[in-house]
Design a protein around this ligand. Structure first.
Ligand code: TXA
Ligand code: MG
Length: 311
């Protein structure tokens, strides 16, 4: 059921979460499927509903840096600097998990934490007084939800979805491993690398780790974020290859009938991308032709999601 995120809605969601149930809630990136992070049954329900492989660990959402520190040991100095610069916001930090805590899903010895920049998420965290594990609220491998309706379409069994309107970023958080000497990018996302480097200086990218210690985010499987339709990346969309069963996703370009035309600004493009893919799927397309975005770093997260959707 979709519920308005007014005081009564948040109270009901918090009661469910405290009773060990799952609840979907909005964040500034995408909607999350939340549960008490340290309740094995509640976390198990997330894995069951999403059909998520048990080796893929979950992000824990907390209200502030003080709550994050309690989950980590050690809490590195660079985590403080990054949190001061970007929290609340779309940056997830992977740190060593405090030893007294049980694992949150897959046991990696680490924990991924972020403070979401969304009023509803923060009110829910305050009302439950719990760290909330929350992966994106979609079936494993499919498109992340940027509206409450997307959540119910992908996960009809979710007992309650708090409606906070469309997600403003529309793409998942950037995941950064800060357990080592040099912060390492595990998943490109909403927060850009330029902004992160301004705080960290050095930043290791997945393909730059040549010493065999490369450990990408366990969730970065080759196929992910995929619509039902077959997605094909092309340099230019040839109007002759388009018919009723072939959808087109492009950006600022000469009109192709029926095409989803997104912005040429990466932030605006990201905000609309998943909703456009959901629409093309709903229209019953068998194939979606996607114009490949520019090769620049500001399009990195978008190219990452599109190439996984096409895999
Ligand atoms: O924007 C987001 O991050 C959204 C919203 C709801 O916060 N959440 C999200 O969660 O995208 P999910 O579960 O779909 O993606 C979490 C990513 C996965 O790639 C997972 O493998 C990685 O973070 N991750 C989680 N815990 C980790 C850990 N301890 N070490 C390394 N990677 C981890
Ligand atoms: Mg996800």
């Amino acid at each position: 059921m979709i519920v308005r995120a007014d005081a009564a809605g948040v109270r009901r969601a918090a009661e469910l979460l405290r009773a060990g149930s799952v609840v979907a809630f909005p964040t500034e990136t995408v909607y999350g499927l939340g549960a008490d992070a340290f309740s094995p049954t509640a976390v198990g329900e997330i894995y069951r509903l999403k059909n998520r492989p048990s080796w893929n660990p979950l992000i824990v959402h907390v209200a502030d840096v003080a709550a994050a520190r309690k989950l980590a040991d050690p809490w590195p100095a660079v985590a403080d600097e990054l949190a001061a610069a970007f929290w609340p916001g779309p940056l997830t930090l992977v740190v060593r998990r405090a030893p007294h805590l049980t694992q949150v899903g897959a046991d990696t010895g680490t924990i991924a934490i972020r403070v979401p920049a969304h009023d509803v998420a923060l009110r829910l965290l305050a009302a439950t007084d719990l760290p909330l594990a929350a992966p994106s609220a979609n079936r494993s491998e499919s498109i992340s939800p940027t509206t409450a309706e997307h959540v119910l379409r992908s996960l009809p069994e979710v007992p309650l979805v708090l409606d906070g309107g469309p997600a403003s970023w529309g793409i998942e958080s950037t995941v950064l491993d800060v357990t080592g000497e040099v912060p390492r990018l595990l998943r490109p996302g909403a927060l850009g690398l330029r902004e992160i480097r301004e705080v960290t200086g050095a930043l290791a990218l997945p393909n730059e780790v040549a010493d065999g210690s490369a450990r990408p985010s366990p969730g970065m499987s080759r196929r992910h974020y995929a619509p039902r339709a077959k997605l094909i990346l092309v340099d230019e969309v040839d109007p002759a290859s388009v018919d009723d069963s072939v959808g087109v996703l492009t950006y600022e370009t000469a009109a192709i009938p029926g095409a989803e035309i997104l912005s040429a600004d990466p932030r605006e493009y990201a905000a609309d991308l998943y909703a456009a893919l959901h629409r093309l799927d709903d229209a019953g397309m068998s194939t979606i032709l996607v114009r490949t975005p520019p090769p620049t770093e500001e399009w990195l997260a978008i190219r990452d999601r599109l190439s996984r959707a096409a895999a």
